[in-house]
Design a protein around this ligand. Structure first.
Ligand code: AIR
Length: 189
């Protein structure tokens, strides 16, 4: 992990800037640092909405006992939601979900087969062990879903989330203004 430049810079900046924001509420876990370019979108969203989070790599296949220990201890450490990302035979979110009562959001990472392998591995959980699965590479949506869960019991977070969603509405209002400028002989608006 220390050899990976992306991870190192993320690690350093969170150590530098994350002091004093309190304990993490969201834990982002990825199967490999090769998933980081996708998962940085989740980090950015949580940062923008001022939600304390941690980010680590664990693999259901390469470090199975560490995954179990992480999942079993997450709740007592104050974590409220887990976002777990993996590609290929993506067992990580399901194994975490099997070892905690916290909600687990799974992010299928596109590697082979356009990410269909990972998506089906994450979404097709047996009855009793659900994983809330977002689309392939849907890291940003995973973070928004996590924030929506936190917003159920935190008004300040709910306010920031509302502000974020307002921004999306404004974006479409602006898009429609731009589209109104398009000139075609048979365009009626
Ligand atoms: N992976 C790692 N352990 C188990 C799985 N399924 C996934 C990672 C990554 C892919 O395998 O989540 O998406 C390739 O990992 P790497 O480390 O070879 O780049």
């Amino acid at each position: 992990m220390e050899k990976d430049n992306n991870t190192q810079s993320l690690h350093h900046s969170s150590r530098r800037e994350g002091k004093g924001v309190g304990l993490p509420l969201v834990s982002i876990i990825m199967g490999s640092t090769s998933d980081l370019p996708v998962m940085e979108k989740a980090c950015k969203l949580l940062d923008d909405l001022q939600v304390p989070f941690e980010v680590n790599a664990l693999s259901a296949h390469r470090t199975p006992s560490e995954v179990e220990a992480f999942a079993q201890n997450a709740k007592s450490r104050g974590i409220k939601v887990i976002i777990a990302a993996a590609g290929m035979a993506a067992a990580l979110p399901g194994v975490i979900a099997a070892n905690t009562t916290l909600p687990v959001i799974g992010v299928p990472i596109k590697g082979m087969l356009d990410g269909l392998d990972a998506m089906l591995s994450i979404i097709q959980m047996p009855p009793g062990i659900p994983v809330a699965t977002v689309g392939v590479n849907g890291a940003q949506n995973a973070a928004i879903l996590a924030v929506e869960m936190l917003a159920l019991s935190d008004e300040a977070i709910a306010d920031r989330l509302w502000h974020y969603k307002d921004g999306l509405r404004e974006k479409i209002a602006k898009a429609n203004k731009d589209l109104a400028e398009l000139k075609y002989d048979f365009k009626t608006n």
